[in-house]
Design a binder for this molecule. Structure first.
Ligand code: UT7
Length: 329
């Protein structure tokens, strides 16, 4: 039997649109205030796409930067995985739109719908396909235009989300970014805690559905909060148990940028120095599948980890879904 190949991350890139939505801007839209939002979430501002920007546009920026960073040639890329719940269209996939836009003519392409977990789940798929020898150069993107599905009349959810994209190039390991461990899971029984009711086959997007805002996200915030705290803690503990590392071995933990209270509460019982947890949700909010790759790229380029560092990625979200990855950079 042929030995499985190890996979590594060769380059990263990210993009957040320029337009800023601050807590003060939100005060003008719904009955809320800066103090409430900061104390309950840690968020101060988020980025929103321009009116003419869609998910493929911000994904294209992030992907171009990851390709340039990695040094691979466009024609070497043989698979594109786009993680998003806010595709440009229901059909075709955003991955196919990007394949044409970036001229990646040798690449197969598909989207995955794993919500906030999407980028880490995509990395895990890429790692498995590299291991199996099926592909040699995979572009994994997490990109989200949450502003297209957020209901800006619902103060319980609209304060949380922003738009952003991040990307990585995954190849057979050649000395950088070795993916040491992957884990992905789901619990569909909790699926209705975050739902966009209309626009699918169950309830097409009728005038009535739009009038009732059923084409927008509905979220049971408290249910998601409890799930997120418990799952986040479990993901870290189980990753350490599987790999034999201690929490103190992790040089940087990059969690899904969900809510500062969730992150602090989940990690309160784990022996990890808070300085080793990467947070940028104060500036970008929760960008769903864009969150982890944006933070990964930002942290890397800010020198928050170097060659040889142990970096843990942990994500969870709608579905309900979750995933973790451990990387020796
Ligand atoms: O990737 C996963 C995406 N989903 C999430 O991240 C959701 C996770 N959940 C959360 O982050 C939190 O549950 C929220 C931030 C959404 C809400 O925070 P909370 O501390 O759980 O507040 P709550 O829902 O228990 O509401 C407390 C109070 C309520 O008022 P009453 O009933 O006590 O009078 C709400 O109506 O706060 C009120 N409230 C607000 N007040 C000011 C809810 N949203 C707001 C708001 N501004 N934006």
């Amino acid at each position: 039997m042929t030995a499985l190949r190890e996979a590594g991350i060769l380059g990263t890139g990210s993009y957040a649109p320029e337009r800023i939505l601050s807590n003060l801007d939100l005060e003008k839209l719904v009955e809320t205030n800066d103090e409430w939002i900061v104390s309950r979430t840690g968020m101060r501002e988020r980025r929103l796409v321009a009116p003419d920007q869609a998910t493929s546009d911000i994904a294209c920026e992030a992907a171009s930067r990851a390709i340039a960073d990695s040094g691979v040639k466009a024609l070497e890329i043989d698979l594109i995985i786009v993680a998003t719940v806010t595709p440009d269209h229901q059909v075709p996939s955003t991955a196919c739109i990007l394949q044409a836009r970036l001229g990646l003519v040798n690449a197969s392409a598909f989207d995955i719908n794993v919500a906030c977990t999407g980028f880490v789940a995509g990395l895990n798929i890429a790692r498995s396909l590299i291991a199996a020898g099926a592909y040699n150069c995979i572009l994994v993107i997490g990109a989200e235009t949450m502003s297209s599905i957020v209901n800006y009349k619902d103060r319980g959810s609209c304060i949380l989300f922003g738009d952003a994209a991040g990307a990585a190039i995954v190849v057979p390991f050649a000395g950088q970014g070795k993916i040491l461990d992957i884990h992905t899971g789901a619990d569909g029984t909790g699926g209705m805690s975050m739902v966009v009711p209309a626009g699918g086959s169950r309830k097409p997007c009728t005038l009535e559905a739009v009038a009732n805002d059923e084409h927008k996200l509905i979220m049971k915030g408290n249910e998601v909060y409890k799930f997120a705290v418990a799952k986040f803690r479990d993901l870290v503990v189980e990753q350490l148990a599987r790999t034999g590392y201690k929490a103190s071995d992790i040089d940087l933990l990059i969690p899904h940028q969900v809510n500062l209270r969730i992150i602090e509460s989940a990690l309160s019982r784990i022996e990890i120095d808070p300085a080793r947890i990467y947070i940028n949700l104060d500036r970008f909010g929760n960008t769903s599948a864009g969150s982890v790759p944006l933070a990964l790229d930002e942290a890397r380029k800010a020198g928050r980890f170097q060659s040889g560092s142990l970096v843990s990625l942990v994500a969870f979200g709608a579905g309900l879904t979750w995933a973790s990855t451990l990387i020796r950079w």
